[in-house]
Design a protein around this ligand. Structure first.
Ligand SMILES: CC(C)(COP(=O)(O)OP(=O)(O)OC[C@H]1O[C@@H](n2cnc3c(N)ncnc32)[C@H](O)[C@@H]1OP(=O)(O)O)[C@@H](O)C(=O)NCCC(=O)NCCS
Length: 386
């Protein structure tokens, strides 16, 4: 089997694989775009499998950690079960490490495949379905903040407003270019901004879509605001659709929105997509992450990770003078399996849960020091799908 980076010459072969695997209809014009790369596997000179990698970065402890977002993994139906996907994943780990992507995330339809290579559930993307009568019962804002449509000159303030929230939620993407083009929001059906002193106080992006009966749906992508009055103003603006809609689909970009909704006596449906995280390069990921007030401590680790030999074996996690690093050596007092690294790093699971899942062994006191370092504040989230 030969694995190599794909080029635009592979477009036909890759589109064929993805059309058959995912029923994709639209043939992309190009395969290689700024902010993305990918791999193909060849068997007997024929392209038999593909895997795409997008360039993202996720906030952890307030600092953005470069992350490879894996998607579009497909293997020819005639060559499945022969290790093609495994070989693509192994090669992707090398490629991501080479490009400084210390983490990798994917939304799995076949979790078993990715678990075998060290990815594990580590956070959520949530959408809430809000029937209009329920939305009408959200408390009204006391302050009147006028909204207006977004203009091109708002784009950097809009991104800054998003970042102000995203930086404080572990897992959120920083939406850096070239993978993201903030100007694309202007193509949406509804982009409403709340001007504030020196920038935006909040904004809302939404698209009118079919589904949910004759009236269709309003699909809200971002409802982002820097304070409760601005959040309530944006929620109240959604209530104005009560005449023509039965429900609104709201993507949760900020967990604070859930708090405002939950303060009303309502039940609502939440659709959750779980993402899986893999630490590709532990020393690089630890160096890039933010650490909320780390106390001086050293934890000796034994990392069990045959697919990422560069960080496998005995490693010491050292917190000293407010900085945290990983260096080789130590006694290996806490044994961490590859699949423990992602949920620990994101804060999705503490070492007690990882131990019960069979992913961590060794000294409980040392293990708890790992939890204190991460200091997970709430459920790790992403608001972007790939
Ligand atoms: C999923 C898919 C990529 C697997 O490709 P493949 O080349 O057959 O996979 P491999 O032979 O390398 O198998 C890798 C491992 O995953 C496991 N696996 C593969 N498909 C699986 C499935 N559908 N359910 C559970 N486990 C699966 C294999 O048992 C193997 O486990 P092992 O390493 O413990 O032996 C392929 O079936 C496919 O293209 N499916 C349609 C598209 C799709 O679902 N893609 C995934 C998008 S997230």
């Amino acid at each position: 089997m030969n694995i190599r980076e794909y080029t635009d010459d592979d477009l036909d072969a890759v589109f064929r694989l993805r059309r058959v695997a995912f029923n994709s209809k639209e043939r992309p014009e190009r395969l290689v775009r700024p902010g993305s790369r990918g791999l193909v596997a060849e068997l007997d000179g024929q392209v038999a499998g593909v895997l795409g990698i997008g360039e993202y970065a996720q906030f952890y402890g307030g600092a953005a950690v470069p992350m490879g977002g894996i998607g579009g993994v497909a293997v020819d139906g005639a060559t499945r079960g022969r290790g093609v996907a495994n070989a693509l994943l192994d090669a992707s780990l090398n490629l991501m490490r080479e490009h400084g992507q210390a983490l990798s995330v994917l939304y799995a339809t076949v979790p078993a495949l990715y678990r075998g290579r060290g990815w594990e559930r580590a956070g959520v993307l949530e959408r809430v379905e809000l029937p209009m009568d329920r939305l009408l019962s959200v408390p009204r804002p006391t302050e009147r903040i006028p909204s207006r449509p977004a203009r091109e000159s708002d784009l950097s303030a809009l991104h800054e407003c998003y970042l102000e929230v995203a930086r404080t939620v572990d897992g959120m993407a920083d939406r850096r270019p070239p993978r993201f083009d903030v100007a694309e929001v202007l193509e949406m059906d509804l982009v409403s901004v709340l001007p504030g002193p020196g920038g935006l106080r909040g904004y809302l992006t939404a698209q009118r879509e079919p589904g949910g009966g004759d009236l269709g749906r309003l699909k809200v992508f971002d409802l982002v605001a820097l304070d409760a009055e601005a959040q309530l103003t944006l929620l109240a603006s959604l209530a104005s659709w009560a005449g023509t809609l039965e429900a609104v689909d709201l993507r949760i970009t900020d967990p604070a929105t859930l708090g405002l909704l939950a303060s009303t006596p309502l039940r609502y449906s939440v659709q959750t997509a779980t993402w899986m995280l893999r630490v590709v390069d532990l020393p690089a990921a630890v160096a890039a992450r933010g650490w909320p007030n780390p106390a001086d401590v050293a934890v000796d680790l034994e990392v069990v990770d045959p697919h990422a030999p560069w960080h496998a074996g005995r490693q010491r996690l050292v917190a000293e003078n407010g900085a945290v690093r990983v260096e080789p050596g130590g006694t290996g007092a806490v044994r961490l399996h590859a699949r423990a690294l992602g949920p620990w790093f994101s804060g999705a699971q503490n070492t007690h849960a990882l131990r019960r899942a069979g992913l961590l062994e060794g000294d409980p006191a040392d293990a708890v020091a790992l939890d204190r370092l991460v200091d997970g504040a709430g459920v790790p989230r992403l608001a972007d799908f790939f």
